[in-house]
Design a protein around this ligand. Structure first.
Ligand SMILES: Nc1ncnc2c1ncn2[C@@H]1O[C@H](COP(=O)(O)OP(=O)(O)OP(=O)(O)O)[C@@H](O)[C@H]1O
Ligand SMILES: [Mg+2]
Length: 358
């Protein structure tokens, strides 16, 4: 395997339930990555479709079509790209959009590919425009024009490329220019995982890490993993620590729950920050609507932290809504924190007068 670079914006936000990879994740993830499509848990539709694409290419003795993988951090895009290479018995070259500053960087990579090689381009939405344009031609015609010289004397020398499979990954498919998106033969959109799938991810990882875990214990961790295998694996490691230090090493439901209480990850996967935001919204503002800045001041965080770190998951969980008039708590938020909404409707709009009346 060839590492041209490591992705640059995977710096973790320091949260146990953050979806970006931290240093420990990066060290452990290689060992936990499924190596074949059969081992890859969940994403049934994507797996079935990809299986067909790869099998058909193998039967024809051809290089597989270009594949775009889109989905939130930690759902398995890098893992799938490696699986594609191993299923095709092809070497893989790994690079990322931010690592490709100039079209020349891309030309150098493309011209050194072997026939059938998989080129994994992580964060493909962050590539520079000239590189992107070079990629269009490379993907479609397996050819690039290398510009030699400068000014009026510059000439374009066409360079034939061996057939290769581009696997692009992005957390922001919407940011890809349509001409680039259209050049992928197959696009896989990865969804968040359900509890049963996460339970399988956790059981599988526990086995690889030599951790004894009961089905209930895996279920307890799964429910707090925010639909994300990376978070599931991280929580499993913390629970393992607790089980080892405080008990006999066996992860039961009780041990998992007690461990995650210590780490302040609640039954739904909310951490301290998420709960602080919800609590402020409910207790100080009667469930809203309240402006983002006011809410941020109330929890003592930056506006951006509340908006980008806490809110997306709260919105996804149906606990908080962003409305034109401000942030509003849903009835589920009141229920989750065990509070009673003020009289006259729980979803806000009741005014400050009702704030302390319940
Ligand atoms: N379907 C799956 N089955 C089992 N484990 C999985 C699955 N998907 C992901 N994982 C595990 O989750 C971890 C993170 O996966 P991966 O690095 O592929 O995510 P990603 O989508 O590339 O994230 P990012 O957007 O941050 O690059 C890996 O350690 C991998 O073992
Ligand atoms: Mg990745």
């Amino acid at each position: 395997m060839n590492w041209d670079s490591t992705p640059t914006d995977t710096a973790a936000d320091g949260r146990l339930v953050g979806a970006a990879a931290d240093g420990e994740d990066q060290a452990v993830e290689a060992a936990l990555r499924p190596k074949s499509l059969a081992e890859f848990v969940g994403q049934e539709r994507v797996r079935e479709q990809l299986d067909l694409v790869l099998k058909a290419a193998r039967q024809r003795g051809a290089t597989a079509d270009h594949v775009l993988l889109s989905g939130a951090p930690g759902l398995g895009k890098t893992t799938l790209s490696m699986i594609i290479a191993s299923e095709m018995e092809a070497p893989i070259r790994i690079t990322s959009g931010p690592a490709i500053q100039h079209a020349g960087d891309l030309a150098a990579i493309l011209s050194s590919l072997q026939e059938g090689e998989v080129l994994f381009l992580d964060e493909i939405h962050r590539m520079s425009r000239p590189a992107e344009e070079m990629l269009y031609m490379a993907m479609e015609d397996f050819r690039v024009d290398v510009i030699v010289g400068k000014g009026p004397g510059a000439t374009a020398i066409p360079l034939e490329l061996p057939p290769f499979t581009l696997v692009g990954a992005t957390t922001r498919a919407g940011l890809l220019p349509p001409p680039l998106r259209d050049r992928f033969g197959f696009t896989a959109h990865m969804e968040f995982y359900g509890p049963a799938e996460l339970e399988r991810v956790i059981s599988r990882s526990a086995e690889l890490l030599d951790v004894t875990i009961e089905a209930d214990g895996a279920g307890e961790i799964a429910g707090r993993s925010r639909g994300t295998p990376r978070i599931a694996n991280r929580l499993l490691r913390r629970v393992r620590d607790y089980a080892q230090v405080k008990a006999d090493g066996i992860v039961t439901r009780e041990i998992a729950a007690a461990a995650l209480k210590v780490y302040e990850v609640d039954g739904r996967g909310l951490d301290r920050l998420d709960r602080a935001v919800l609590e402020a919204l409910l207790k100080l503002f009667g469930g809203g609507p309240v402006g983002l800045s006011t809410l941020a001041v109330a929890v003592g965080e930056e506006r951006e932290t509340v908006e980008e770190v806490a809110e997306p998951f709260l919105v996804r969980e149906g606990l908080l809504a962003r409305t034109p008039r401000g942030r509003v708590a849903t009835p589920a938020a009141w229920a989750h924190l065990g509070l009673t909404p003020p009289q006259g409707g729980g979803t806000g709009g009741t005014g400050q007068g009702d704030l302390f009346s319940t």
